[in-house]
Write a protein that binds this ligand. Structure first.
Ligand code: SF4
Length: 637
């Protein structure tokens, strides 16, 4: 990304109109019927060339061209934008459209045909292919990153088809995560808030729990069977395969196989797998020792008829014979299931509820709070005392505070792992925010910095807390830290806030999803923000209706948010997204506590239903596949 910035805004502004011109001309020349173009594309192309769509000159001045800012919305997907300021600068530069930026470098626009591939691969929608190839070429030129026509072709093919893009296939009805929608909520806090290594609850914590589970099952096989075992093998499918490399899924899966658990694994162990990928570990199974390494974790098919987008299999083999095989699903938030899964038997809740309406009715009828109803349920479902419940919640609060602190303490020039070369910025944002002369801006800056800090820790693969997921691991800790460490709110209020937040998370899990592979980022950051709004309202002793309204607002304004991590790494847009999720949570509380609560027209249950429906309808390319959105438009060098 640093290298991508090697071109200045001025250079980009200079190139941009030419890029748009070049690919518009190219599209036209390639018999791409001009009339079939989106009208906005025609307008932009004509304006950018300073003439008509075929590039014929016109009296349109440079300033007017620049103002177009190349913001044509092609196909409703890609947008190439430039600030009007930069555009103005471009227009004021006399050689803006005529002189190459670097005469010593080969002009990438000298032959506009190089911007897009010439051959349209068989079976690919022509219009979409041309659009995507052109945008990919334009983005590469604008950012100074070069990619070959073959690479652009491959990317365009991968993202151009099918013509009518599908939403993700439905989840298998036998999955517990689907079936449990019918009954009352039985999830408990210790299932929901999990400590584990980042960067993703579904791609790191879930797979590690899965292989650890398989290891325990395999260890129970009869000794004579184990004596013949020769190999352990993990196959990753669907989204686990599509974006697993960026998430370190193979390292997490191997760690579970060698007996590491998410809550206690030393992140340095995972780092060592990244730095020395050839390490081999002996796994003891009965009297037998089987060597395992990263080579035993196979990135398998990304598309197929899977019961869940995060599917994986684990096998114990004796030569070619399968001694034990299990199909698993990482269903979001670190929760796992397997083929034939039946949930563990639990005690009935004291206050059975499946909706916020029911939960709030219990609170209001009993003249108590949502948090107190949740406490009673935690105690009855898990058979725990109040002290036990709060002891667990305290552990999670402390872990959240620790993750913010360690994120803020990281050196300002720290670079996160992976190809993006993303610099950490939590400490810088915090320091500069504290210097702001306006107090309100200090607060927003500091809250953002806390979220960045915890989320950057997630990006580093350090221990984080699923609230509800790893990708969203900056949101709740930011509010917990701000309320506890900065506002100095009584810890008991934070504990109760954590229970109210859990109620919101449970409802979203119960009726919608916590998995980005199922629902996009609205299911991660959106849910986290709603939880954080409920936490904040509860910490400030707000009535139950205000708690609901705050959670509803925060979720409502994340609906439709897609998941498109650049290069498959939980960094861009994820880290900043946590900061926005935290700030939106605060805003949601500010609105809910200042409006007339009874006039709030949208209830949380309706918004959770909208979350579920949007998740179902969302194009599968925007569900943690890195096939679209920023994952496509951001070009790494
Ligand atoms: S874009 Fe959102 S949902 Fe996707 S990985 Fe990042 S934080 Fe998670």
């Amino acid at each position: 990304m640093r290298a991508c910035q090697s071109r200045t805004h001025r250079e980009i502004a200079t190139i941009l109109p030419r890029v748009v011109s070049a690919w518009a001309v190219q599209l036209a020349v390639m018999s791409f019927a001009a009339l079939s173009l989106h009208p906005a594309a025609q307008a932009a192309a004509g304006a950018a060339t300073g003439g008509d769509i075929l590039g014929r000159p016109s009296p349109v001045g440079l300033r007017q061209r620049a103002r177009i800012a190349a913001s044509s919305n092609l196909d409703g997907v890609e947008q190439v934008t430039m600030s009007s300021q930069d555009a103005e600068k471009s227009a004021d530069t006399s050689h803006s459209a005529a002189t190459p930026v670097e005469t010593s470098r080969q002009d990438p626009l000298a032959d506009s045909r190089q911007l897009i591939a010439r051959e349209i691969p068989h079976g690919v929608d022509r219009r979409r292919f041309l659009m995507r190839a052109a945008v990919g070429g334009a983005a590469a030129v604008m950012t100074g990153c070069s990619s070959s026509p073959e690479e652009r072709t491959a990317k365009a093919v991968a993202t151009a088809q099918p013509a009518a893009a599908p939403s993700a296939p439905p989840l298998a009805p036998e999955l517990n995560v689907v079936q449990q929608e019918k009954g009352p909520i039985l999830t408990t806090a210790d299932e929901f808030y999990k400590v584990g290594p980042g960067p993703s609850s579904s791609h790191t914590i879930g797979p590690m729990r899965i292989t650890y589970d398989f290891y325990q099952r395999a260890a129970k096989l009869p000794a004579d069977k184990l004596a013949t075992a020769t190999k352990l093998q993990v196959n990753l499918f669907g989204s686990l395969s599509a974006t697993g490399k960026g998430h370190g899924t193979e390292r997490a899966a191997l760690a579970g196989l060698v007996g590491k658990e998410p809550a206690t694994v030393d992140p340095k162990f995972l780092d060592s797998l990244r730095d020395q990928p050839d390490q081999v570990f002996p796994v003891k199974l009965g009297g037998k020792s089987i060597d395992v390494s990263l080579k035993d974790i196979v990135y398998d098919a990304t598309k197929g008829d899977f019961k869940h987008p995060n599917t994986m299999t684990v096998k114990l083999l004796a030569g070619n014979d399968v001694l034990l095989e299990q199909e698993y699903y990482s269903v979001g938030g670190g929760f796992i299931e397997w083929k034939g899964y039946t949930p563990p038997k639990k005690n009935p809740p004291k206050y059975p509820f499946a909706t916020m309406k029911e939960l709030r009715e219990y609170a209001d009828t009993n003249k108590t709070t949502i948090a107190k109803i949740m406490l009673a349920n935690e105690m009855s479902i898990a058979g725990k005392s109040e002290a036990d419940v709060y002891a667990f919640i305290d552990k999670i609060i402390n872990a959240m505070v620790a993750t913010v602190k360690s994120g803020l303490e990281m050196p300002e020039d720290d670079v996160l792992p992976g190809p993006i070369k993303l610099h950490s910025k939590a400490a810088t944002v915090y320091k500069r925010a504290m210097d702001d002369k306006f107090q309100a801006d200090r607060g927003l800056g500091a809250l953002s910095a806390f979220a960045l800090a915890a989320s950057e820790e997630n990006g580093r693969g350090h221990l984080v807390i699923t609230a509800p997921t790893g990708g969203s691991a900056g949101v709740m800790p930011a509010l917990v830290y701000a309320l506890l460490e900065v506002r100095k709110i009584d810890r008991q209020k934070i504990r109760e806030g954590m229970l109210a937040a859990a109620a919101v998370g449970y409802l979203c899990k119960h009726h919608a999803t916590l998995s980005a592979a199922e629902g996009g980022c609205q299911a991660e950051i959106g849910v986290a923000s709603a939880m954080a709004a409920a936490l904040t309202a509860t910490a400030f002793d707000a009535p139950s209706l205000v708690v609901e309204n705050a959670a509803e607002s925060a979720l409502e304004h994340h609906l439709g948010m897609t998941c498109d991590p650049v290069a498959g790494y939980v960094q861009v847009p994820c880290i900043e997204r946590c900061a926005f999720g935290a700030v939106k949570a605060w805003t949601a509380y500010a609105i809910a506590s200042n409006e007339i609560a009874s006039r709030h027209r949208v209830n949380l249950d309706a918004t959770v239903a909208a979350l579920a429906q949007t998740a179902k309808d969302m194009n599968s390319k925007y569900k943690e596949t890195s096939e679209a959105g920023l994952a496509l438009s951001v070009v790494l060098c």
